[in-house]
Design a protein around this ligand. Sequence first.
Ligand code: BGC
Length: 775
Amino acid sequence: MPSKHTYPLEPWCIRETAFDTASHFLDETLFALGNGYIGLRGTHEEGYTGPAGTSLDGTYLNGFYESEAIHYPEAAYGLAKTNQFMLNVPNAKGIALWLEDERFDPLQGTLNSYERMLDFRTGVLRRVLEWTSPQGRRVAIASRRLVSMTDKHLFAIEYEVTPLNFSGKVVLVSSVDGAVKNLEAGDDPRVGSAISGQSLALVDAEQAPHFSALTQRTVNSGFQLVSAVQTEMRGVFELAQRRDGADGQRLEQVYTVAAMQGEAIRLNKYGSYHSSRDYPEAELLPRARATLAAAADKGFRALAQEQEHYLADFWQHADVEISGDDALQQGMRFNQFHLLQSAGRDGKTNISAKGVTGEGYEGHYFWDTEIYIFPFFLYSKPEIAKSLLEYRYAGLPLARERARQMSHAKGALYPWRTIAGVECSAYYPAGTAQYHINADIAYSIKLYMEATRDEDYLLQYGAEIVLETARIWMGIGAYDRAGRYCINEVTGPDEYTALVNNNYYTNAMARMHLNFAASIAERLAQEQPEAFARIAALVQLDADEVPQWRRAAARMLLPYDEALQIHAQDDSFLDKKVWDFAGTPKEHYPLLLNYHPLVIYRHQVCKQADVVLALLLLSDEFKPEDKRRDFDYYEKVTTHDSSLSSCIFSIIAAEVGYQDKAYDYFMETARLDLDDTHGNTHYGVHTAAMAGTWMGVAYGFAGMRVVDGAVRFAPTLPKQWRHYQFKLHLQGCLLQVRVEAGRTEYTLLHGDALAFSHRGQPVALSAGDYVKELA
Ligand code: BGC
């Protein structure tokens, strides 16, 4: 495990001032750049010669995957057959530097100074260093790198080297290297894929002065990929092309310069990726050329300006300001920045558990999107939220197919984990059994409708998804002898408890889902009969289905323990033996790496929030005293081994009045990756927890809840903070909420009118009366 790093606490950046092999692996994740499609780990242009196992020079494309058959020594009907995993694609950022016959390597010679900074406002990774070679040549190197937020296919590097105490030959070798592999799976189920060796086969390579392009093909998924680079250098130089590496998959442009002491040499490099997931094969190379030519025309500086404008707009809508707490402020913005870098926004891709920063969880999309990440985008950058929903619509045909495989005659079942829509979960007890994924998706559509009132979306896409997915509850549920509607043999969010009957979260979310589907159907039948007729015909809705949904929802079994006066996580949870927490050594956490699943399943022990998450999502279904009792009980049996847990506990702690706990849990989430508290950030950031930080402020401290479209706040201010402030896109308006000691200020920044409530008191803002200060 890489050593942890402490960066200076700065509000708008992370900065490292030493080149440290011990933290290198981790830094590669933290300094990664991305734009929702391309992800470049924060490795250095010149490569790395540090100890084995301290680096992963990864480049990823969101949604670009290879597939592999899943082999089960003991097969069973309906198990997921194919895995899809995000590929490590050619490394196109390489720039090797030679001073006469000495290759620049920060681990040789002397690094006189070193600084690297990732600036959240510019989106540029800047590195400045000065180095003396073993033979005494001194150089200054300054580089800047960006992955364009406005062109998903493009990244750019500006690389400048200045000889400080010599004149002589300087060689810069710009490369695109196609001989890359993914990490191989070890014992940690959260890391690596089962495939070893190279997944991309060479199709073609092309080199011309300043231009190199590699065309490769994935063996099983059958995609073609063009990885191309164009370089630019001013002044006098010699240029040669070289082909190197295994199968000649490394293409180099070699620039040789007779350098003069004190004169900077600058190389600009533009890189692009285009794949047949997006375009016909014949278009890939021409598109790569066009992208690179346009970028070179603009130049690095103009691209950097574009990037800054894009981010200025993002921060104007999304920034959460926390004053009086630098560590949290940095963590918050770091998280928001990485979320923006991670989210697919083309309707074909989504946001994976690790974004595009690493190979943990194989680039898969989970419920993390809908339940954790979606609110951040919905209220801060709604167009991205919408494209996340579009992705699910695109997956509906495969979800229908999966439902048939699972013996459901009707409806659609979304995969627990996937890239292109097929179920990729090879361990069904903590995978396919999490049927709650269907309700989670419906929940996000409900949230989207309440925040945007985008009726067109509902008619075109949303209703179809909600109706189809709701049907699954009728497929897996049944009335018991007492007439209660039961959902058996499922796994709830807590993955330390599997295959149970009547998981509270699942049943309560299913009830919400069934009622939501029924209301959509009933309302559209009334208000939009033609549109409704079209949708009903499309999904072949029978007349008796909607009443059946209402009935099942009304009779849904929601386990409650009268003796303890808490909601039971499922039918059997509270009867199990409580895990021996006192007797479990610290190094045995996370439990999943140290105990057989059956040992864990036999105990009362939670990996993450389960009932406690229901307290948040279905807030009004619980009495305040119930919330507090549930929190108290489940807190004692929860390990938070999942990074999805602390943020939810923070929010509910704030609601039930445990301010210190709220703050502590929030702190754990806000700096989870920066401080590597889960010890695995080197495999990629934790996108759900990152978004959980945003929820921690809005839902937690500001007490925001949206219930059936009605928005309310109940702000509190942690004693460690002077004030905090955030913005929300709601119903076509932009609202700013600022909380100070004893005072909350609501400002309508855009829009005509917005109504909500503050501690139960109605507030109405309008263009003419746009600020309200309340105690
Ligand atoms: C959690 C899941 C989550 C997955 C991906 C697991 O550890 O238990 O809830 O979806 O990680 O983030």
